[in-house]
Structure formats: structure tokens, C-alpha cells
Design a protein around this ligand. Structure first.
Ligand code: MN
Length: 513
């Protein structure tokens, strides 16, 4: 199925009857042409549905109520062709629960200096009409995105496209179940937080799922299914031929990994979960020394890598916020070319101007960011309750620019921290066989890492090559959460001011806390 194909954006044109029925008929035709133009541009990932002109308070309210109730509708685009008196938008805006994009554009591009008359003016009034609408949104503190530009310009269309993807991700998050297999890693603060408030603010529903329940699925996995999946691995990934030899240690580890993947996928499908977390201290039903022990031989790292590539959210060590945010990143970027992953700040590389941070994890890095064909390898992993030979995909990641993000709980609010990063050429790690990326955080290693730490950011983050900071600006606006953006222009002083302003802003805006 094509991504987003069942979703819609609703376009409502603000008008009024002051200029006569003929003017409204003409505006209606212009609006249709503009919506068709956007849809035919090939630059919007979600189809725009024209919902007509709204000429009265009642019409606005009916359309906004319908948009809020229609599951397919993930956002509303408004454009005021005329001076649509904004008191008529009050009740409708009160009813609107979907993201709003206010497009400030005009049917006509350049002023026809020699021929312009009052009839032309009656049809091209958004210069003042959109300001009247902007005022009522500001007065009512309606969270929205304002896009300014000619509707035929690619730049304008691309900004609408970004918001469309975020609106789709936002809708997806409002119906998001994250399963936690086991609890948070004991004593860890930054990946924990208020799950009730996370559901209120961002939509995530986070449930505990006993590993024993997962083991019920694990027990039911048939050997034949496992062998089928192993064939897929051996086709997709580079590997030593010895892994294919039944009876060897390597074969057994790959078999275990495939069985874990099938069990995990089955329970995620059954529950409708969109993401999950694991914990290396909770892998089975009983005492691991009991001969009747049923459980994974190690954390299901290969399964997590592959399920992430399929779009399931993943967070290691019980990190449900990263699992949810990764799912949103994957969902928003469907169809874009370069990939995304959950990552951890692993170790530092002090190298002057090229100082960088190795991004990796014990096992769980998504192969969507791999530079070359991933290699399936089996190595000993000695961390966690069970120490065993464990399968994983090993690769280094593509060079290129990207954006990484995390959400932390500050007690009175959530803070989204976003950092532009430059992935540079990484090197193989023969003695540490894990997948990795290597990046320089913007504006440089010292300020990038320093600002992230000052803002209280996690060691886990959700990275994508395909998104720009504008995605996260739109997301933070929809969620009504704080965003701290560390980019090429950031200084420690500017970030410190941002953080101080955030403290004051959220102290005063109790409705956002
Ligand atoms: Mn970790």
C-alpha cells in the first residue's frame, strides 16, 4: 500500500457574501484550481480535498466539526481569499482538533497594473483577509503553521509537504500503542518519565507487557517458519557460509534470532502495537539456570534492527519515549530515500576540528541507514542476564547531513531537543562488531554536545537523513511542547538563553504544562 494513500488534508477557503454571489462562485472556481494544482504538482504526499468556501460562522463550525470527526482527515488548510470577518471563525476554531496550516497565498501572482479594477480586487484580497484570520488565531492562541508563498511555487508546496508528513505522523501517534517487554533499565532517569502526561500531550499509550506473555508466542513459533526466515536473512545480508551449516554455534544463534523476530512480530501484530522496548535483564519466563527455562538466549537485537526497518518504534532498555519518537520519524519519512534509526551516543572521538561522536548500540541500529549491504554476524555478547553468542547486522552508515531528536520529561513539561548533525565516514570496528554511524553535531562537537547536555538530552536519539528541523518545529507546534534546536548558528550563550526563556514561558503558560 502506498504511504498515506488513505489520508486527506481538507482545504477550506474563507470568504463572505459582501462582494456578491458571483464573486463567491469565482473564488470557488479559483480554489478548486488551486487545490487541483497542488495535487497535480506531485510534491504533496497526501491528497488535498477541497471543502468549499465558508461564508458564515455556521458553515465554518460545521466544516471544522466534520474535519475533527473524520478519521481520514489529518489536517486542515485554510486560505482567506477575502476579508472573511474572523469572528465567524471563533466557534469553528474552538471545535477544531486537527493540525491547522494557514496558507497565505493569492490566486493571482503579479499585479496586472494596467487592467486591475475593483472586480479583480474582490477576487484577490488575501493580503488583508489572511491578516484578519491570523489575528483571531493569535487572539485564541490557536497553534498552527503559517506558510507564505505563491501556491504554484515549489518552495511553498514543499513547506506544505513537510507539514503534511508531520500531520500524518501526529495522527499516527494519537493511536500509538508501545509495548514494554520488561521495565525501564533500573535507576536510569533520562529515558523514564510521565506516561500519563505523554499520552495527554503526545498521544502515546504505553503498556507493560510481561515477557512471559511474549514467551507464549515464542513457544508457538514453528521450526519451519524459522528456517524460512533464515533463508530470507541469507539472501538479504552478506554472511559467512558457515552460518548456514546446521548444528554449528553460528547457525543456532541465527535460528534463535529468527525465532525471536517471529515471536515479537506476532505479538506486535496481535496487539496492534506500533512500537516496543526491550530490557537485557528480562529475557524469559523463569530462573535462567532452570533447565525448563523458556526465553531468548540474549536480547533480540537482530529482531529489533529488522522491525525498526519495517516501521516499528524501538527503544532499548525500556526507553518508551524513543520507541514512540522513532515510530513517528519512520512514519513521517515514508517514501523518502535515505533512512532513519534509533541511535546512542556511544563513544567520543577527539580529533580537533573533526571531533565526532560514534553512534551505535549494543546491537540495535536500523539497517535503513546502512551505507552498504549489512553483514549478518554472530558474536559473543556478555551484557545482561544471559551471556551468549548473538546474531546482529553489522554496517557503517552513509555520510551526509541529518537531524537527530529526543524528548525528555522535565517534570512540568516535555522538551524536544533537536540537533543538526553531519555524518562523516566511519570505519569498521573489527573488535566491536556492531552497526554504527559517526557524526559531528552542529555547530561543532564542543557546542553541539555541550548544548545537548545543558538541555538535558538523552544518550538515545532518533535520527533521520531525510528530515529537516522544520519537521520538528511543526511537530512541537502540534504537540504544544518546547523545542530546543541546536544548529549551525547556535552558541552556548544562545542555547542558554533559549533554555531560560523556556523556563519562563512554560511557567506562565500553565495550559502547556
Ligand atoms: Mn542504550
Amino acid at each position: 500500500m502506498k504511504a498515506f494513500e488513505n489520508l486527506e488534508l481538507w482545504w477550506i477557503t474563507g470568504a463572505q457574501l459582501l462582494y456578491g454571489g458571483d464573486a463567491v462562485i469565482a473564488v470557488d472556481a479559483h480554489s478548486k484550481e488551486m487545490v487541483d494544482g497542488l495535487n497535480n504538482s506531485g510534491r504533496l504526499p497526501i491528497k488535498v480535498v477541497y471543502k468549499g468556501t465558508a461564508n458564515s460562522s455556521r458553515e465554518v463550525e460545521d466544516l471544522m466539526s466534520a474535519a475533527s470527526n473524520e478519521k481520514k482527515c489529518v489536517g486542515v488548510i485554510t486560505w482567506m481569499h477575502t476579508f472573511s470577518p474572523a469572528k465567524m471563525w471563533i466557534h469553528g476554531l474552538q471545535k477544531l482538533t486537527k493540525p491547522l496550516l494557514h496558507l497565505h497565498t493569492q490566486y493571482n501572482a503579479e499585479i496586472p497594473w494596467d487592467t486591475m479594477d475593483m472586480d479583480f480586487m474582490n477576487l484577490n484580497q488575501s493580503a488583508h483577509g489572511d491578516r484578519e484570520f491570523g489575528h483571531i488565531c493569535a487572539r485564541m492562541r490557536v497553534r498552527r503553521k503559517v506558510v507564505v508563498g505563491y501556491w504554484k511555487d515549489e518552495k511553498t508546496q514543499d513547506r506544505i509537504a513537510v507539514w503534511s508528513r508531520v500531520a500524518a505522523g501526529w495522527a499516527d501517534a494519537q493511536d500509538m500503542l508501545i509495548l514494554r517487554f520488561g521495565d525501564q533499565m533500573n535507576n536510569v532517569a533520562v529515558t523514564d518519565g510521565d506516561k500519563v502526561e505523554a499520552e495527554v500531550r503526545m498521544g502515546y499509550h504505553v503498556d507493560y507487557c510481561p515477557v512471559s506473555k511474549l514467551m507464549e508466542y515464542y513457544k508457538k513459533v514453528e521450526d519451519a517458519e524459522v528456517k524460512e526466515l533464515m533463508k530470507e536473512y541469507f539472501t538479504l545480508y552478506a554472511h559467512d557460509a558457515a552460518l548456514e551449516t546446521e548444528g554449528t554455534e553460528g547457525y543456532k544463534s541465527v535460528f534463535e534470532a529468527a525465532k525471536a523476530e517471529l515471536a515479537l512480530r506476532a505479538i506486535l501484530k496481535d496487539t496492534g502495537a506500533k512500537g516496543f522496548t526491550t530490557n537485557f535483564d528480562d529475557l524469559g519466563t523463569h530462573d535462567i539456570n532452570d533447565p525448563k527455562f523458556v526465553g531468548f538466549n540474549q536480547i533480540p537485537g537482530l529482531a529489533s534492527q529488522r522491525l525498526m526497518a519495517e516501521g516499528y518504534g524501538f527503544g532499548a532498555e525500556g526507553d518508551w519515549k524513543s520507541a514512540a519518537l522513532y515510530r513517528t520519524v519512520w512514519y513521517m519519512t515514508q517514501g523518502l530515500p535515505t533512512g532513519c534509526s534509533f541511535l546512542e551516543d556511544y563513544t567520543l572521538n577527539f580529533d580537533g576540528k573533526n571531533s565526532s561522536i560514534l553512534q551505535a548500540h549494543m546491537l540495535e541500529v536500523c539497517p535503513l541507514i546502512a551505507e552498504e549491504r549489512p553483514r549478518l554476524e554472530v558474536h559473543f555478547l556478555g551484557i545482561g542476564i544471559r551471556k551468549a553468542q548473538t546474531a546482529r547486522l553489522v554496517f557503517t552508515s552513509k555520510p551526509g547531513n541529518g537531524v537527530t531528536a529526543t524528548v525528555v520529561d522535565l517534570g512540568n513539561r516535555f522538551r524536544l531537543i533537536v540537533n543538526d548533525v553531519e555524518c562523516i565516514k566511519s570505519k569498521p570496528l573489527p573488535k566491536l562488531p556492531v552497526a554504527s554511524a559517526l557524526w559531528i553535531p552542529m555547530p561543532n562537537f564542543e557546542i553541539g554536545a555541550g548544548a545537548w547536555i545543558l538541555a538535558g538530552g538523552t544518550h538515545h536519539s532518533c535520527f533521520s537523513y531525510d528530515i529537516t528541523p522544520e519537521y520538528w518545529e511543526d511537530y512541537a507546534e502540534m504537540a504544544g511542547i518546547e523545542m530546543v534546536h541546536i544548529d549551525k548558528d547556535s552558541t552556548m550563550a544562545s542555547i542558554k538563553k533559549d533554555l531560560q526563556m523556556g523556563e519562563v514561558y512554560y511557567m506562565l503558560n500553565k495550559s502547556l504544562c
